[in-house]
Design a protein around this ligand. Structure first.
Ligand code: NOJ
Ligand code: CA
Length: 525
């Protein structure tokens, strides 16, 4: 079997606003990222970066409201900065993946401005416009993920338009062939500029019921992986994931394939679905290369639960499909805060030794914590609408050193920096052999140097104490075994072999026994 770069890669997500500010305006930018390429390539040794949106945008949803799909917002730099970033990354053997937001544009996108201008405008059908219900209310009961009706009435033409998120993010109509071709062309634009792949935002939302029927209502709201309030009172069968979506992803895949003769291009979808439905986005190897697996974001971190997440993915994968795991991203509470420091180290050890492509979110290599941003300082539109769901806390500036604002900016950062003057910054952790950063670096290097960890099969190890989740990674040339104690009590495991990585330096195999303290974990040869 031939392995493609993204199957063997460690991916790293950068939120450009918060990574590194090069010009003192308090907002991270592309030049800032360029200045950190050496860190990424030679300190952390990741293989690919995914950049959250840097497109021109009114920033109603911090860039996930795109006003031009083929440019860079001046706040982040220029297209030549982008070219320099790609060049610099490629010179260091780092692939570049960018966010692509197919479901919606900004309401300030010229397409939408035209579309809303009159009912017979040629771009009218590029978005979803519907007449009011007879009583003037919205056309159906769909609710925005960010709360409130998914429809906004537009006085200019007397119709409602659809927005699965903010009213500043009108949904594109992917059933219109012209919209479709124009959007697909934007993929080509970036691949011509050297981009290696795309992270597809909210892409299960792109195709809805063509009849725009109301969703069934639940009498008892059933929260999904997080409690979204009124959104959870509907069963989302009509406002997302219509079967026609698979045609769309086959088309996306073929556009990527047009460029894959020079090197394979890659797609990873943000798909908030579960089970067989989630797995269907792999298609028959002809849709997304991977739909993100968010399984590890939603449980109690008992050994049995963790194992079930891993085993479930193995069971669901269609033939030839490649697994993946994430512990966090720009929408989730920082996992070191969710799990606590020690369990977060254990989770990192697991993430980087499981079968499947791991994605790290910037700062997670330091065990960066969630910031507590008071309601009056919330910048995130979601947090302002639904207290408790704000995402600012996981988007604070990267902590580079103990200087003011963590070395992120010489100006005033757009969000406050957390604990940069303590131990959670790159400089401090580099000089501490036991730091989170050095653990992460060691594990990345271990994975890169181990054919078993990169390519080996996954086989759970049975017959261990209940609190332990353990697995083998088997490859004809090498075997690695991973033992993770998710309990608080120490465990003793009869085994041979040598510890090649562990979350504590004193973990070793002695007299045929591996002793793991509470929340201890080790990789054995
Ligand atoms: C998912 C993105 O990850 C999130 O940040 C964004 O707000 C929504 N999609 C809408 O684009
Ligand atoms: Ca800046």
């Amino acid at each position: 079997m031939e392995y493609l770069w993204w199957q063997e890669a460690v991916l790293y997500q950068i939120y450009p606003r918060s990574y590194m500010d090069s010009n003192g305006d308090g907002i991270g930018d592309l030049a800032g990222i360029i200045s950190k390429l050496d860190y990424l390539a030679y300190t952390l040794e990741v293989d690919a970066i995914w950049l959250s949106p840097f497109y021109p945008s009114p920033m109603a949803d911090f860039g996930y409201d795109v006003a031009d799909y083929t440019d860079v917002d001046p706040m982040f730099g220029t297209l030549s900065d982008f070219d320099a970033l790609v060049k610099g990354a490629h010179e260091r053997d780092i692939k570049v993946i960018i966010d692509w937001v197919p479901n919606h544009s900004s309401s300030q996108h010229p397409w939408f401005i035209e579309s809303r201008s009159s009912r017979d405008n040629p771009k009218r059908d590029w978005y979803v416009w519907k007449d009011p219900a007879p009583d003037g209310s919205p056309p159906n009961n769909w609710i925005s993920v960010f709360r409130g009706p998914a429809w906004t009435f537009d006085e200019i033409t007397g119709q409602y338009y659809l927005h699965s998120y903010l009213s500043e993010q009108p949904d594109l109509n992917w059933r219109n062939p012209e919209t479709r071709q124009t959007m697909l062309e934007t993929l080509r634009f970036w691949m011509r500029r050297g981009v290696d792949g795309f992270r597809l935002d909210a892409c299960h939302k792109a195709m809805k019921d063509p009849l725009y029927r109301s969703n069934p209502v639940l009498n008892t709201p059933r929260p999904g992986y997080k409690n979204l309030g009124e959104y959870d009172s509907l069963i989302h069968i009509h406002d997302q994931g219509h079967p026609d979506i698979h045609d769309l992803f086959r088309e996306v895949r073929s556009v990527l394939d047009e460029f894959s003769s020079t090197r394979p291009r890659f797609s990873v979808g943000e798909i908030h679905l579960e089970g067989e439905e989630w797995a269907s986005y792999y298609g028959n190897g002809d849709e997304l290369h991977m739909p993100y697996n968010f399984g590890l974001l939603m449980g109690d971190w008992s050994a049995a639960w963790v194992r079930s997440v891993v085993d479930t993915q193995e069971r669901l994968l269609p033939p030839g499909a490649w697994p993946n795991f994430v512990l966090g991203n720009h929408d989730e509470v920082r996992f070191t805060t969710r799990l606590g420091e020690k369990r977060a180290r254990l989770a990192t050890l697991m993430l980087l030794t499981l079968r499947g492509t791991p994605t790290l979110y910037y700062g997670d290599e330091l065990g960066m914590l969630q910031a507590d941003i008071p309601p009056e300082e919330q910048q995130d539109p979601w947090g302002r609408r639904q207290p408790g769901l704000g995402r600012d806390g996981c988007r604070t500036p990267m902590q580079w050193n103990a200087e003011e604002h963590g070395g992120f900016t010489s100006g005033r950062p757009w969000l406050k920096t957390l604990d940069a003057d303590g131990s959670r910054n790159v400089a401090a952790q580099l000089s501490d052999p036991d730091s989170f950063l050095n653990l992460t670096r060691h594990l990345i290097r271990l994975r890169k140097g181990s054919v078993a960890l990169r390519r080996g099969s996954y086989q759970p190890i049975e017959g261990l104490p209940e609190a332990v989740f353990a697995y083998q990674r088997l490859h004809p040339d090498e075997t690695r075994r991973v033992y993770l104690n998710f309990g608080a009590e120490p465990v003793r495991i009869a085994t041979e072999g040598e510890v090649v990585a562990a979350i504590d330096r004193d973990i070793r195999v002695e007299d045929g026994e591996l002793v793991l303290g509470g929340l201890g974990g080790a990789v054995l040869s």
